[in-house]
Design a protein around this ligand. Structure first.
Ligand code: SF4
Length: 373
């Protein structure tokens, strides 16, 4: 729980300065907003211009656990290929997975497709309320609030990591972040203005991303510095307060890059459910925490002249992975459940980043060859 004086300070500040904070923030947003491919200009709603819910939804799903910079190119590619929710619904699921490859957290791509299918089936219109949006696949509390605010100008409390950081600093919240979320949400709800709530949500995000950054916040440029408690402590970086983290467990395994004489690589599809579900991979062992022989060439799915080609590391949300890479030139048909991907098609396969690292370790440049048209 927050110390009483902190909680009292926060609620007093919220009661007295909500309107000022929102209007200062909106004025700053008008002048300093980020131009992003899924956005409309500040104040557009008042002029009758709406952000396209399809583009807002897609950007928000892509931005779950991924940075704005990484998302931009994927977003442009998706809306160019599938400019409407109906077009995305009509696409083959495999093509959507391929276009998503490299963006990570692949359950998002499966949910994106499932959501598009459902919205298209219901006439192509996204619901305009948080409750309605939450009924769709892949849309949780945060994403529903963001779409409701940005696409429909609803007064929803949009609280992502950036907003949490700004709020814990603005109100110098001493409660560890994992326990402070209800308090932060309640404070954001009080701040959301009646006019331009969508711009307010985006202004908070932009403030956290560009000014109130995790390290070295640029307080001198901050539009709400007069309202900020953390600045008075002299150490705003101390917020949000976090509990010490456990180290991620390390898992190990081996991956086998089998290459045919023409440069084709042997691949297979991962099961639809679970980690990297539905994505493509080279044959690998299970990824366990043990060092028990499953990281050697003996664990290969078939005999060949396997040569060690190095080791790669990859960090997933709940564990770190170390894979020993083996490479062999082979002459044989693809075993059951596997297929050969010819050299110029490898870059278009639904390979997650970890598998691109594996293949590149064995055959540098193999995942970067442009497909022939
Ligand atoms: S004054 Fe500094 S710490 Fe406070 S909200 Fe602004 S950037 Fe963040």
């Amino acid at each position: 729980m927050a110390p009483l004086n902190q909680t009292r300070k926060a609620s007093q500040q919220a009661a007295s300065g909500d309107t000022d904070i929102a209007s200062r923030l909106l004025a700053w947003y008008d002048a300093h907003h980020r131009d992003l491919p899924w956005r409309v200009a500040p104040g557009a709603f008042a002029r009758g211009v709406r952000a396209d819910p399809y583009r807002v939804w897609m950007s928000e799903v892509m931005l779950q656990q991924t940075t704005v910079e990484a998302v931009k190119a994927y977003f442009r590619n998706f809306v160019e290929k599938w400019p409407t929710v109906e077009a995305l619904a009509a696409a083959a699921a495999e093509d959507v997975m391929k276009a998503w490859a490299g963006l990570g957290y692949y359950s998002r791509a499966r949910n994106l497709k499932a959501c598009a299918d459902l919205v298209a089936l219901r006439g192509g219109r996204f619901p305009d309320t948080e409750a309605g949006l939450r009924e769709l696949p892949g849309i949780g509390a945060y994403t529903a609030a963001a779409i409701a605010a940005i696409a429909f100008d609803q007064p929803a409390a949009v609280v992502d990591g950036n907003v949490e950081r700004v709020m814990t600093r603005l109100y110098s919240i001493e409660t560890p972040l994992s326990e402070a979320k209800p308090q932060i949400r309640a404070l954001v709800e009080k701040l959301v203005p009646r006019t331009r709530p969508g711009d307010f949500a985006q202004a908070m995000m932009d403030l956290g991303a560009t000014i109130c950054t995790p390290k070295r916040p640029r307080c001198m440029l901050c539009p709400v510095r007069e309202d900020c408690s953390a600045i008075l402590t002299g150490d705003p970086e101390r917020f949000p307060v976090r509990l010490p983290k456990d180290d991620k467990p390390l898992r190990k395994g081996a991956a086998f890059v089998a290459e045919r004489a023409d440069g084709a690589i042997l691949l297979r599809k991962r099961p639809e459910k679970g980690l990297l579900g539905g994505m493509t991979e080279v044959p690998t062992t299970g990824w366990t925490a043990r060092i028990d022989g499953a990281t050697t060439a003996e664990a290969a799915p078939f005999a060949a002249d396997w040569r060690r080609a190095g080791q790669i590391g990859h960090v997933f949300t709940h564990f770190s992975l170390e894979l020993e890479i083996f490479h062999a030139h082979i002459k044989r048909d693809a075993p059951a459940g596997h297929f050969w991907s010819v050299a110029h098609e490898i870059s278009g396969e639904a390979l997650p980043t970890v598998m691109k690292k594996v293949i590149e370790a064995a055959i540098p440049g193999a995942t970067k060859k442009q497909p022939t048209r």
